[in-house]
Design a protein around this ligand. Structure first.
Ligand code: AMP
Length: 180
């Protein structure tokens, strides 16, 4: 049987043991560098997100900026960067989250969105969901609902997409890599 989006999956490069032994790094730069692949990826995500009622699209640093910016333009919406600690120039609001070793923080500008608005959250890949869930909680603290989230790649066995759905966020993904 042909998997959905098999044509796009074939354009993703897997790098074994990067950045740590045992990690299969799913490198989307080969997909982004392909004129057919980039356009199709953005078009298919945008088709899944057109009717969710988002006021803006937010992308998570850094690869989420590439996909999120393109999807925002395809949907005719503005873009909000979700950045790691200390990168945004204006006043920010942030949320700390646990990593395997230590903590990290996601931040947005205080005036990026208005309370009551809805955002569509985008990243290249969802693994444990820690980063995306922190972003969801951050938006919720400023009164913004995450109408939907979207990822090019899902690593379903790491549980992130399920965690997001359990948190009440609809999840759209194009390609799944079972296993770690
Ligand atoms: P997580 O917070 O565990 O869902 O991790 C998601 C973030 O880490 C995304 O921004 C991905 O770009 C990156 N990431 C995690 N695991 C991988 C992997 N196996 N291949 C490529 N990127 C990954």
């Amino acid at each position: 049987m042909i998997e959905p989006n098999e044509d796009l999956k074939r354009l993703i490069r897997t790098i074994p043991n990067h950045p740590l032994p045992g990690v299969q790094f799913r490198d989307i730069t080969t997909l982004l560098g392909d004129s057919y692949g980039l356009g199709e990826c953005v078009r298919r995500l945008a088709d899944r997100l057109r009717d969710v009622g988002g006021h803006k699209v937010a992308g998570i640093e850094a690869r989420g900026f590439i996909i999120g910016g393109a999807v925002a333009a395809a949907l005719g919406l503005g873009f909000v960067p979700v950045r790691k600690r200390g990168k945004l120039p204006f006043e920010t609001v942030g949320r700390d989250y646990e990593l395997e070793y230590g903590t990290d923080r996601v931040e947005i500008h205080v005036d990026a969105m208005r309370p009551g608005e809805k955002v569509i959250l985008i990243d290249d890949l969802i693994a444990t969901g820690g980063t995306a869930l922190a972003a969801v909680e951050l938006f919720r603290t400023v009164g913004v609902d995450v109408a939907a989230s979207a990822f090019v790649v899902d690593l379903p066995d790491l549980g992130g997409s399920q965690r997001l759905r359990e948190a009440g966020v609809p999840v759209a993904t194009l390609i799944a890599f079972p296993g770690a």
